[in-house]
Ligand binder design. Structure first.
Ligand code: GDP
Ligand code: MG
Length: 665
């Protein structure tokens, strides 16, 4: 093959075996993150090179087998079999060989070059285990077996060397030999397959899959062979693979000292304790939140001062250039205020993901999923969905981004759908203002009730969805807990940078456009730029919305405008109301009294206020969230469905609250 050929390598392995860590160690920040076509499963690709040979690595989602029950398995199977993958690097957790080798057995059946990367060798050592690196490759058909530690970055060059030298390797015909009658059937099937599909390369694999009654394979390779395929041989085939794995493990794995208990096991007795596990986790999360919102907010203050200076400076600068009013307004009120306002959340995001990166890399996050699995399982979600939910109370954007830790597409979509119901911190100003204005001494209860309402909504919807799509999260507990270790600065830096980069690129695109659109409808009317917001397109829109919003007790054009403006960021609802009612200091006692009486003139009372808060809780959180959902799901259809659902739900709930409230009070 020519020197220019870039070797295509796929990383395949069980969840948590260290694929991503290995991938990052080999590629650094040289990567492309996207989704697989049509599905919400992350696709990561990165370039590296070894002695002048370019190598492209693809990180596949974690899977336990190559059957095609889950989207992840389908994606991996398709990639490995159909894309131009030259060699499969099968990453296994060497400290847990027995579980990991099942997938290996299936990969070997493909007959494609496979290299076994025996990861976590540091753990193997620490646990006092020994693996016979001479006998193991022998039993796997002489494929290259390379001991590595992604975490300690050992063996990486040897692995790349193996890739460079073995990617065109001929593979042995048979590694696992089944019982005679099954082997007989396989060879007959192979003959017939070869005849009917001359270009088929995966003969043994396809024959085995046909014997297993594998749906996808039957669809594609329709052999009319009732004599051979008289029933499914899946059970036998699986069992015989496991028998062979048992043989391997017996021959290659030794324990130097089986009485040694690793420090991991000791720590885990507390952290995954059936009783203490949850409180400990809640304590840790509370601490992370505390950090995010104290340090984050302090930094945010600095950002805001900078933003103010930038706003004033730009105004002065543009004025000195004699720029026209609309240009100044567009740049200052539209772009800088809009995009800048979003950027002020950057410190929170940075601190939050820094803390999460440390927890993740130390090995603790895998335990969280384990500890929460029982509770979350009751509403049909995986334990890993808990984290995005908690993050949702801070900001929906990183929460939606955090759903990436969920490897199953169905879980991920469900979690993305539910996170917006957690009241993010931008909704708090709305609750605080309207609760204090209309509920006086019950203000705190009123505000708190909205948090509860959001949670209840999420639980109800999760239960409904769980009923519709059952069986998806089955087996999610089948996971190996990685060893604890000191977090690695490089891994964390990559992790944080990925998140920050995502957020920045969003601020630069979607939010930029949204800010301009909202600026436009609030500053322009049919006669061009307007001085009074009353004459703006926004006001016209608000008036149109009056009859529609009236059944929810929100039939004021100002409210309509504020709700539209709130799409840029929820707290904007408060500032817009202030502007529209001409109140300068909305959070002062005097400001609130003026606002209460201004609203009171229209008959807007406590019931209306509650309906408004419910609406704000449930409707589309903000443009940034919508953009993130689009990015994460890679689907406008899914995104629009969510937005529509949120609008309908918010409207329905607000109408219900207002109508019922009006009857009662
Ligand atoms: P993936 O699910 O296969 O992508 O696995 P990750 O790369 O996310 O790794 C899972 C966990 O194992 C993380 O906490 C890693 O830091 C840890 N890990 C990965 N490789 C090693 C290794 O060689 N040694 C140790 N001790 N831990 C590792
Ligand atoms: Mg991974």
């Amino acid at each position: 093959m020519s020197k220019e050929h870039v070797i295509q390598v796929a990383f395949v392995g069980n969840p948590n075996c260290g694929k991503t860590t290995l991938f990052n160690a080999l590629t650094g920040a040289n990567l492309k993150v996207a989704n697989w076509p049509g599905v919400t499963v992350e696709k990561k690709e990165g370039l590296t090179s070894y002695k002048g040979q370019k190598i492209n690595l693809v990180d596949l989602p974690g899977i336990y087998s190559l059957t095609s029950y889950s989207i992840e398995e389908k994606v991996s199977r398709r990639c490995v079999m159909e894309d131009d993958i030259d060699v499969i690097v099968n990453v296994v957790d060497a400290s847990s060989l027995e579980r990991n080798l099942y997938l290996t057995m299936q990969l070997l059946e493909l007959g494609k070059p496979v290299i076994l990367a025996m990861n976590m060798m540091d753990v193997v050592k620490e646990r006092g285990m020994e693996i016979d690196n001479h006998r193991l490759p022998e039993m796997l058909g002489h494929i290259p077996v390379v001991p590595v530690s992604a975490r300690k970055r050992t063996g990486l060059n040897v692995l790349l060397h193996a890739v460079k030298h073995h990617y065109e390797e001929e593979m042995p015909e048979t590694v696992v030999a089944y019982t005679e009658d099954i082997e007989e059937k396989i060879s007959v099937l192979k003959e017939r397959l070869k005849e009917k599909y001359p270009s088929l390369v995966y003969l043994r694999w396809t024959a085995v899959k046909l014997l297993e009654n594998d749906e996808e394979t039957i669809k594609e390779y329709n052999l009319d062979a009732p004599d051979i395929l008289d029933r499914s041989y899946e059970k036998e085939i699986i069992n015989q693979k496991y028998d062979y794995i048992e043989e391997i493990v017996e021959e290659v794995l030794f324990y130097k000292d089986s009485s040694k208990e690793g420090k991991t096991d000791k720590v885990d007795r507390l952290l995954t304790h059936q009783f203490w596990g949850v409180p400990v986790f809640l304590g840790i999360m509370a601490f992370v939140f505390f950090l995010t919102f104290t340090i984050g907010d302090a930094l945010k203050g600095v950002f805001e001062i900078g933003l103010d200076a930038l706003l004033n400076g730009s105004t002065a600068f543009l004025t000195s250039l004699h720029a026209s009013d609309w240009v100044i307004s567009l740049v200052v009120d539209g772009v800088i205020a809009g995009v800048g306002g979003i950027l002020t959340f950057l410190p929170n995001i940075f601190i939050l993901f820094l803390a999460l990166g440390i927890l993740e890399d130390s090995g603790y996050m895998a335990r969280v999923a384990y500890v929460m699995d029982g509770i979350m399982g009751r509403v049909g979600l995986s334990g890993k969905a808990f984290l995005p939910m908690v993050l949702g109370f801070g900001c929906t954007v990183p929460a939606v981004m955090a759903t990436r830790t969920l490897e199953k597409e169905a879980d991920r979509k469900r979690t993305i759908f539910l996170t917006p119901f957690m009241s993010c911190s931008a909704r708090l100003p709305i609750y605080v203002l309207f609760s204090s204005m209309f509920f006086e001494e019950y203000a705190a209860i009123a505000a708190f009730s909205l948090y509860v309402l959001g949670l209840v909504m999420a639980v109800i919807l999760a239960l409904i969805m769980g009923k519709v799509k059952k069986g998806d999260s089955a087996g999610s507990l089948l996971m190996e807990l990685p060893e604890y270790k000191m977090p690695n600065a490089r891994t964390i830096a990559i992790y944080v940078w990925e998140k920050v980069k995502d957020y920045l690129s969003k601020a630069g695109t979607t939010i930029f456009v949204a800010s301009i659109v909202i600026w436009f409808i609030l500053n322009f009317g049919i006669h061009g730029m307007v001085a009074d917001v009353q004459e703006s397109f926004g006001a016209v829109l608000g008036h149109w919305m009056e009859p529609l919003l009236a059944p929810a007790g929100l039939g004021l054009w100002q409210v309509g405008v504020a709700l539209i403006a709130g799409l840029s960021a929820k707290e904007v609802v408060v500032s817009s109301m202030a502007v529209l009612f001409g109140i300068s200091n909305i959070n002062s006692a005097a400001g609130m009294t003026t606002m209460t009486s201004a609203l009171g003139q229209y008959g807007f009372g406590a019931v209306n206020a509650y309906a408004l808060m419910v609406f704000c809780l449930l409707y589309t959180p903000c443009m940034a969230t919508v953009a993130t959902i689009k990015k994460e799901s890679n689907s406008w259809g899914f995104t629009l469905k969510i937005v529509l659902f949120q609008l309908v739900l918010a409207y329905g709930a607000a109408v219900l609250v207002f109508q019922a409230g009006s009857l009662l009070f």
